[in-house]
Design a binder for this molecule. Structure first.
Ligand code: ATP
Ligand code: MG
Length: 405
């Protein structure tokens, strides 16, 4: 892609996150290109069929790989963002520049948020182009704004949460002046939309370093606005819940976090509103809060109380959270052992076909009504607990039960 722009006489570099990640030895998520070609020139070089003008007014064109290069023709291909070097105009809404101007590579580096995100790489010459001392900060593992931190956060308040996200995911420290500026402007984070806050917080929460991330959030003074529950959490319990540095999904981490505060459901409702959680996320976290404590102590309950958590549609989340819960609360390992065993069972063993149905109750002359569900549940529980083995057992029990009523 860069070759094509180069052949047409333009300067083109890899830019931003992909250069940072490559220099850290990580595989970049995607590649962004910055160039001195205008959006019109980019479209001319790649042709209509290969380009998408998704942010032409901001100087960004999506360039698709040539058809012949895409490995699987049925799979949707992700366009590479090719952006014209630009400098941003004034910021009046605390989030986005009022206007953008095309400019030099250096000006384009200067408008970026942090020094480690302001690097370019010239693949033709195999050179990193660093106008902002980003390489030094990468080596020292420091997150620092480009230019005056107070001004950069005043322009775009979201950068404060991006700072937390990058320090967390990369395991870096925040430069002192940058940290002080965030502390000073933290309250202004409220101008950022819940959607954007949610995006950044999800990325912080899925990091194996989430515990450090939450302590950055608190130390930088952002938690009262973004996650006030954090400061009321039982810190020791929270540290135990999230101590293990491993990859967890967002919903798992959130459920673990909620176990460190008093009112789980109320906390979830507040976070849902503040971070704009989806219905599916809320459903999964709710299931984990309700069911994980049962699985973590499975050996202390009858099987009929444990089994529903294992056949729940969100069982994967529930089981994952119960593992963390059991380990962090020092529960009897026997509980978890039972669960680990049960999840390997074939369906017929884990969730056997019910011995009877509503139709059987009608056949027995039991009048339909609220009792129906209760009787069916009772029979189901006894089946799961091994007290009724067959359909005949169940019918015998019901007949006796009915007679005794
Ligand atoms: P990721 O790996 O999460 O994609 P990234 O660094 O690529 O990290 P993006 O949000 O994709 O992050 O942004 C791409 C680049 O655009 C950043 O590296 C940075 O140079 C610049 N950038 C993004 N958001 C901002 C912002 N709010 N203010 C200034 N520059 C930004
Ligand atoms: Mg990116």
């Amino acid at each position: 892609m860069i070759d094509r722009l180069d052949a047409a006489g333009f300067t083109a570099y890899l830019a931003g996150g992909c250069v940072r990640d490559a220099l850290l030895g990580k595989t970049p998520k995607d590649y962004d290109v910055a160039t001195d070609a205008t959006p019109e020139a980019i479209c001319e070089v790649f042709g209509k069929r290969q380009t998408l003008a998704f942010g032409a007014s901001f100087g960004v064109i999506g360039v698709l790989p040539p058809r012949s290069l895409s490995k699987n023709r049925d799979q949707p291909v992700e366009p590479t963002e090719v952006a014209t070097f630009r400098s941003d105009g004034d910021y009046s809404d605390g989030r986005r520049p009022d206007s953008v101007h095309f400019g030099s590579a250096e000006a384009d580096a200067q408008r970026r948020d942090f020094t480690i995100n302001g690097l370019f790489y010239d693949p033709k010459r195999g050179q990193v182009i660093d106008f902002v001392s980003g390489q030094r900060d990468l080596d020292r593992q420091i997150l620092r704004t480009i230019g005056d931190p107070g001004q950069r956060f005043a322009e775009d308040k979201l950068r404060m949460l991006r700072a937390v996200r990058f320090t967390t995911t990369l395991g870096f420290q925040v430069d002192q002046r940058t940290a002080m500026a965030i502390c000073k402007s933290a309250a202004e984070i409220v101008v950022v939309s819940g959607e954007r806050v949610g995006v950044e917080m999800r990325r912080t929460m899925v990091s194996p370093n989430v515990l450090e991330g939450l302590s950055h959030l608190s130390a930088l003074g952002l938690s009262p606005y973004v996650l006030p529950e954090l400061d009321q959490a039982d810190q020791e319990q929270l540290a135990q819940l999230l101590a293990e540095k491993r990859t967890r999904t967002f919903v798992e981490t959130l459920a673990c976090f909620l176990f460190s505060i008093q009112r789980h459901q109320a906390g979830l409702r507040e976070i849902t509103r503040r971070w704009r959680l989806s219905n599916e996320e809320v459903r999964k976290v709710t299931a984990a809060i309700e069911h994980a404590p049962v699985l973590a102590t499975a050996n202390t309950h009858p099987w009929s109380k444990v089994q529903p958590s294992l056949v729940h549609r969100d069982a994967a989340t529930i089981v994952a959270v119960s593992r963390v819960l059991a380990q962090s609360t020092g529960a009897d390992p026997e509980g978890l052992r039972l669960v680990e065993q049960a999840i390997t069972w074939p369906t017929q063993k884990l969730d056997p076909t019910p011995l009877i149905s509503g139709g059987d109750l009608a056949d027995l002359g039991i009048p339909s009504g609220p009792e129906y569900a209760k009787i069916l549940q009772q029979v189901r529980d006894m089946q799961l607990d091994g007290q009724l083995q067959s359909r005949q057992d169940a019918i015998d029990w019901m007949t006796a039960h009915d007679a005794s009523d």
